[in-house]
Design a protein around this ligand. Structure first.
Ligand SMILES: Cc1cc2nc3c(=O)[nH]c(=O)nc-3n(C[C@H](O)[C@H](O)[C@H](O)COP(=O)(O)OP(=O)(O)OC[C@H]3O[C@@H](n4cnc5c(N)ncnc54)[C@H](O)[C@@H]3O)c2cc1C
Length: 545
């Protein structure tokens, strides 16, 4: 190794550390990535990514993006029992607009992927990058902060140790984070831990038991009789799959389950037999996980930070652990870039936790809430579900759970107080592409700061040009299309169903501009004449006023 001083050292080369290193290197910073394992963890953990994360990965993988296997989910059903798969009481399904499924031509609300494949592609990209010193098979053992951050690492094959230094040090070293512990940051519990048996199966579609066929998606089965709430996912769609023959089961474990015995191949075959013909399956892996709902109390100490599972761990019910990590990592990377280049003052780095904590806490709690709702087999909850089912699902009209899973907009505590009435309009806003396909605004450049303008952006375009290029927001004009306007460039026209037009009205009720941070965080709403206030508020986000 020639260089022992870096702009940034990252401990942990799982998905989040790898993504952080590529993002930082793209900004021109020198990065050292320290990962104790020589090869990526070989078994799938996360299998669902949202559109935001897909956008980040597409940009990072560049020419390797076509190698990334994924399938966009088109349905997830919530059913009372394993024999009632075809009569869900609730369904999470994106809307079909003029015969086209929302976002399906691109990537949608859930995209099934294979975490080991993603980690391999990220490592290949890091190898090609040139700006990242990747030290696989090296473990961080000691760290301290003086003028700079210092870290002593050990080469796991030779036992040799050496000390490196950097301006910034980031712990992306997972739930048991060494960096977080050395920073002295404690974890806050947001709910009970739960145990699940996770099983990945390789089998052809023909292995599905009669009555269990469905398209790319899954079922969450409450199973009050067997008391074994189960998630059953099929990652390959009938007409649009790329990730072949993959099934994921997540079985809730009861207090009395024998953890060792339940993992035997015979036991697993018995557990999956209501869904798949046991003779046709190959068990790829089975692991028992304890899912925590934890969040670190301090995300920064001096110039040390944590990201990913080192900062927050969530239950799997809405598949957000990795997604959350990616969103927050992007936030921190942008801030380190601006501070290290002297665009913003150091205090900008304090805003990493201020901006990301509320959203992260909300998502962890939302996941627990969904888990409680879906996996609670207490008699009175079953009764309520049964009544709802009789009123809805049993008549062939399941409750539409799609909006419940689409993240709501959220305001950060010291954001600029957007009106409550406009807060939920953004993620459910649907527009048509130039080709006439329906897309959700939440998947439109979600990694950027955006100003959503009602009808015309004319009064803000000039003001935005005066903002330093590295932080200029994307200006988007949104029209209801009543005057026959069509989407072109950054001028997007709403889909024309009644609910889409209502959403347009809701988003702009009493306002002409909606200022959005990356992801779903709404910063403020403004009317015509307040353009300069809006830009001033925006600059304050970067400690520039
Ligand atoms: C069964 C399961 C299902 C899940 N489903 C989803 C899902 O559908 N969607 C979703 O978004 N998320 C999901 N998740 C969560 C997701 O997998 C994690 O959030 C993600 O892996 C966290 O990435 P990370 O890089 O922060 O941590 P990790 O993947 O844990 O990586 C940390 C890395 O740090 C290294 N390391 C640790 N200590 C040191 C040290 N001292 N020195 C050097 N290296 C070190 C480790 O070897 C490891 O490679 C799921 C998780 C599980 C277990």
């Amino acid at each position: 190794m020639e260089n022992e001083e870096f702009d940034v050292i990252i401990v942990g080369g799982g998905p989040i550390g790898s993504i952080a290193s590529l993002l930082l290197s793209k900004k021109g910073l020198s990065v050292c990535l320290i990962e104790k394992n020589a090869t990526p963890y070989p078994f799938p953990r996360g299998i669902a990514l949202n559109g935001f994360t897909m956008g980040v990965i597409e940009e990072l993988l560049g020419e390797k993006w076509p190698d990334f296997d994924y399938t966009t989910a088109i349905e997830v059903g919530y059913v009372l029992g394993k024999d009632r798969m075809n009569e869900p009481f609730g369904k999470m399904q994106p809307p079909v607009i003029e015969g086209e499924i929302l976002d399906l031509d691109h990537y949608g609300f859930i995209n099934w992927f294979n975490q080991p494949q993603l980690e391999r592609l990220l490592r290949a990209k890091i190898d090609d990058d040139g700006g990242i010193e990747a030290l696989y098979g090296h473990e961080a053992l000691v760290l301290w902060e003086d003028e700079k951050n210092y870290i002593t690492i050990q080469n796991n094959s030779t036992g040799d140790t050496k000390t490196l230094s950097s301006d910034y040090l980031i712990g992306a070293d997972g739930g048991g984070s060494f960096v977080r512990k050395q920073m002295g940051s404690e974890l806050k519990s947001l709910g009970k831990s739960i145990h699940f048996l996770i099983v990945d199966i390789n089998a052809p579609r023909s292995a599905l038991q009669p009555g269990k066929e469905f398209d790319a998606g899954g079922h969450q089965i409450i199973d009050p009789d067997g008391k074994r709430p189960t998630t059953f996912l099929l990652c390959e769609g009938i007409n649009h799959g790329t990730y072949k023959n993959t099934f994921r089961f997540e079985f809730a474990l009861n207090k009395n389950d024998d953890h060792a015995k339940i993992q035997s191949p015979d036991s697993i075959k018995k557990l999956v037999s209501p869904y798949l013909v046991p003779d046709e399956i190959k068990i790829v892996r089975s692991t028992i996980y304890k899912f925590n709902s934890l969040i670190s109390k301090e995300w920064r100490k001096g110039n040390m930070f944590t990201i990913g599972d080192a900062t927050h761990q969530t239950s799997p019910f809405i598949g957000q652990g990795l997604n959350l990590g990616v969103r927050n990592t992007l936030n921190l990377v942008n801030k380190i870039d601006l501070v290290s280049k002297g665009v913003s003052e150091d205090r900008l780095l304090d805003r990493y936790q201020v901006e990301c904590f509320p959203d992260s806490e909300f998502i962890i709690k939302q996941s627990l809430f969904m888990g409680g709702l879906l996996f609670n087999v207490k008699p009175h909850i079953n009764l309520i579900r049964g009544i709802i089912h009789r009123l809805n699902g049993a008549r062939g009209k399941p409750i539409d759970l799609f909006p419940a899973f689409v993240p709501e907009t959220i305001t950060i505590p010291n954001g600029f107080k957007p009106k409550k009435s406009s807060q939920k309009g953004y993620p459910m806003y649907n527009y048509k592409t130039e080709e006439g396909l329906p897309r959700s605004l939440r998947t439109y450049n979600p990694t950027k700061y955006r100003i959503l303008c009602k009808d015309s952006s004319g009064d803000v375009d000039g003001l935005v040009q005066e903002i330093p290029a590295s932080i200029q927001p994307l200006v988007i004009s949104l029209s209801d299309g009543k005057n026959g306007k069509k989407t072109s460039g950054t001028s997007l026209v709403s889909c024309q169903r009644d609910e889409d037009l209502k959403m347009h009205q809701k988003l702009f009720k009493g306002v002409d501009y909606v200022l959005m941070a990356p992801g779903y965080t709404m910063l403020g709403t403004y009317t015509k004449g307040q353009e300069k206030n809006m830009i001033s508020d925006y600059l304050s986000m970067f400690c520039l006023v």
